[in-house]
Write a protein that binds this ligand. Structure first.
Ligand code: F6R
Length: 608
């Protein structure tokens, strides 16, 4: 949520900051702003709306200077107005800052600061920080930032400049990601590597509690006692093409189409054909420890939670370990009952989702070992886990998660195989599964060949108001995911249900105007799903069947059939989800929706 970028160096900061904001806009996009040190003081330019509007404003009224900070916002405290947009300044206008996160005691701080004579001009929690720094003692900006943060409860990723210290940026992190980009005679601060990749591949990830002080030629990281901390320099593993549209009209479509490659990347180097095993070096779960796992708890949110539900089927079936799948936001506040032998798996594309992070911390506090299934390398969940599986799916820019979902399922299948082979699965079964997994990229490519058919189907359904998605067994979470994709980008109301559960209420909704998507690959519950289709058909519902090769012709029942290649039933979600992603995408485009930046949403939910 929200994007931060800051620059200090010999170049004019504004164009660099604007470009950084454009790259970060997927993290929040309701208002944007820039502040630069301009020799005389600090000049601020900000507005409600997109970065492109800010760019127009700055081309009419340029800001020039030495160092600068910028922000693209997803509103929490205060409406997305120009006034509430970051950067925020103190009473003197000599300190400006941008902030991600939430200051939980902002109301108390504000009241105290107002009593002391400070004048507030916004409704945001962030503005309290500007006044706190103004009020704080200290000879340098960093000392004042440290002193101010002592009063703060909450989370922050922060970049601050002062008119009194030209050519300096101070950054701070607690619970909201911040990295430094290390260039030649220039330095950057960003909430996300994509903002700096154009300029440098070398980054330093700040830890919670770190304060970084940057001048054009030097940076150092200190803790709240001013002790210098050493932080290693990491290399960003992907290049600019990963965050460019590359000829596609939207990132979402690009990411859907990338899936043969991203599934391949998740599998790369992890399949041992002769042994019928998975190699998961980063998991840090020794083969002998696998026998001791008595229960698995998966914590996740949204699409990652759906992947967890698929993972439950896979792991229970392969490794015969009971799996519990929890909404992280609920789990974190429940009483944790420590059960010996519990392994907690935190699934998160971004690795920064606040609820998932806290659920994982709660599980650890209750004595569980914790592993992460994460896409973003170096993210907080990845760093706080005891081990894990990186997805290696590359940056996901479209706000609606697509390629991460398929890679999460593949990663969970690898985990299931890894555990199963240590717990008695036969060599032959292991080898068969390895072969099935290895075939997936090719099958995903074939599933994508449905694109023109799905696009035509979307044309006939773009004006619908409701959709029902139904599936059973491992396809139930695929139905949930299909409904989520449609509602979040097209704003059509859609619900996912276990197909048989429909009879217990939702069947009342079925009539000629209700499209019902059945996820019905070839598996052991397929005959049961056919019965559920008949129930819908008998009530005049219009059926779109996402089915697979090997299932008979459904013309008598379904109005439309989308047929993906057959695979092992447990792996079918990787394929059946693809026509659903395409359907949601094309319907949203036809309805004129901003597919990559759906209203009210943001990538990476770092607030509760
Ligand atoms: C939906 C979507 C969200 C995320 C959820 C968790 O398309 O993207 O539901 O899946 O916010 O995010 P991560 O996986 O980053 O923890």
């Amino acid at each position: 949520m929200c994007g931060i970028v800051a620059y200090v160096g010999p170049r004019d900061p504004a164009p660099i900051l604007l470009e950084g904001l454009r790259r970060l806009e997927y993290r929040g996009y309701d208002s944007a702003g820039v502040a630069v040190q301009n020799g005389a003081g600090i000049a601020v330019s900000k507005l409600a709306g997109r970065v492109s509007k800010l760019k127009e404003l700055l081309s009419r009224e340029p800001l020039c200077g030495t160092a600068g900070i910028a922000h693209t916002r997803w509103a929490t405290h205060g409406a997305p107005t120009q006034r509430n947009a970051h950067p925020h300044i103190d009473c003197t206008g000599r300190i400006a800052l941008v902030h991600n996160g939430i200051i939980e005691n902002a109301d108390v701080l504000r009241a105290a600061l107002e009593r002391a004579g400070h004048r507030f001009s916004t409704e945001t929690d962030t503005e309290t920080l500007a006044h706190l720094i103004e009020e704080a003692p200290g000879a340098t900006l960093e000392r004042r930032v440290i002193a101010a943060l002592e009063h703060v409860h909450g989370t922050y990723g922060l970049a601050v400049i002062s008119a009194d210290e030209p050519g300096k940026v101070v950054a701070a992190r607690l619970g909201s990601p911040v990295l430094l980009g290390i260039g030649e005679d220039e330095l950057f601060v960003a909430s996300d590597a994509s903002a700096v990749l154009e300029h440098t591949r070398s980054v330093v990830y700040l830890d919670d509690g770190d304060i970084a002080v940057l001048t054009p030629t030097e940076y150092h990281v200190i803790d709240s006692e001013s002790h210098v901390q050493l932080r290693s320099v990491a290399d960003i593993a992907w290049d600019l093409t990963a965050i460019e549209l590359g000829g596609y009209p939207h990132f979402m479509l690009k990411e859907i189409c990338e899936q043969p490659d991203t599934v391949q990347s998740t599998l790369r180097g992890r399949l041992l054909f002769d042994d019928g095993r998975a190699r998961l070096n980063g998991l840090n779960l020794a083969p002998e420890d696998c026998a001791d796992v008595r229960r698995i708890v998966i914590v996740a949110c949204g699409t990652s939670w759906h992947a967890g539900l698929v993972g439950r089927h896979i792991i229970e079936e392969l490794a015969r370990i009971p799996v519990q799948v929890e909404y992280a936001s609920e789990y974190r506040y429940r009483r944790q009952v420590g059960v010996p032998g519990t392994l907690t798996v935190a699934i998160s594309q971004s690795g920064e989702t606040a609820d998932t992070l806290e659920a994982m911390r709660a599980a650890r506090a209750a004595g569980s070992q914790v592993v992460g299934v994460v896409n973003v390398v170096g993210s907080t969940i990845a760093r706080e886990s005891d081990g894990g599986i990186y997805l290696h799916a590359g940056p996901e820019i479209g706000v609606a998660s697509t390629k991460a979902f398929t890679s999460q399922i593949v990663a969970l299948a690898l985990l299931g195989l890894y555990l199963a082979r240590e717990r008695g699965m036969s060599l032959e079964r292991g080898q068969e599964l390895v072969c099935r997994l290895a075939q997936l990229p090719q099958l995903v490519r074939r599933a994508l060949e449905l694109a023109p058919v799905v696009e035509a189907l979307a044309r006939g359904h773009a004006s619908q108001h409701n959709f029902l998605y139904l599936g059973r067994g491992v396809s139930f979470p695929v139905a949930l995911e299909g409904a989520l994709k449609l509602k979040e980008i097209s704003y059509i109301h859609a619900e996912g249900y276990p197909a048989a559960e429909m009879k217990h209420g939702p069947i009342a909704l079925i009539d000629q105007s209700m499209p019902v998507v059945f996820v019905a690959p070839k598996d052991e519950v397929y005959p049961k799903v056919l019965s559920n289709m008949r129930e819908v058909k008998a009530r005049g519902g219009r059926i779109i069947a996402v089915t697979s090769d090997g299932n008979g012709d459904l013309t008598a029942l379904a109005d439309h059939q989308l047929r993906v290649p057959a695979t092992a039933p447990l792996l079918s979600p990787v394929l059946t989800t693809i026509p659903q992603q395409l359907l949601a995408y094309h319907i949203a485009v036809l309805r004129g929706c901003d597919v990559d930046r759906p209203r009210n949403l943001a990538k990476s939910v770092t607030v509760e």
